[in-house]
Design a protein around this ligand. Structure first.
Ligand code: AMP
Length: 125
């Protein structure tokens, strides 16, 4: 079921539960603004999700409503995780799905961080 990015934030979504500690995750990094953990269904040798701690449905919601401090903290956390995981030298890919056309399934903003090997074409048809 795809996310409707125009709907209000649903605090019962799976990533909200992970942030509250109600669901486990395989954590790789956490700071005041962001949490990063391994995707449960990896699509690359390294597949990490980085989520902001604030309640934002999607990139659209975040870019419209987040404070400058939240934005800076989130972007820096994503960069930190990529460096810490050793992905920079060989390269990596960032992806954030928004809404139905984007194929977004979880209604809490997340960036997919892919790496660990050649990632192929940007979009599979
Ligand atoms: P998207 O389609 O962009 O919304 O991606 C959602 C991602 O969340 C998928 O890659 C799922 O494999 C991943 N996912 C769903 N539930 C969990 C979970 N409990 N822990 C880690 N990753 C999850």
């Amino acid at each position: 079921m795809s996310v409707d990015p125009t709907k209000p934030y649903d605090s019962e979504n799976i990533f909200a539960k992970i942030l509250r500690g109600e669901m486990p995750c395989n954590k790789v990094y956490e700071d005041d603004h962001a949490l990063a953990f391994h995707d449960i269904n990896p699509q690359a040798p390294v597949h990490i999700l980085v989520i902001p701690k604030g309640e934002y449905v999607s990139w659209d919601d975040f870019s419209a409503k987040a404070s400058d401090a939240e934005m800076a903290g989130y972007v820096r956390a994503i960069g930190h995780v990529a460096r810490e995981q050793g992905l920079v030298v060989r390269g990596f890919r960032l992806l954030s799905n928004v809404g139905r056309n984007g194929g977004q399934e979880v209604p809490h903003l997340h960036v997919h961080l892919f790496g660990g090997g050649p990632l192929g074409p940007m979009l599979a048809q």
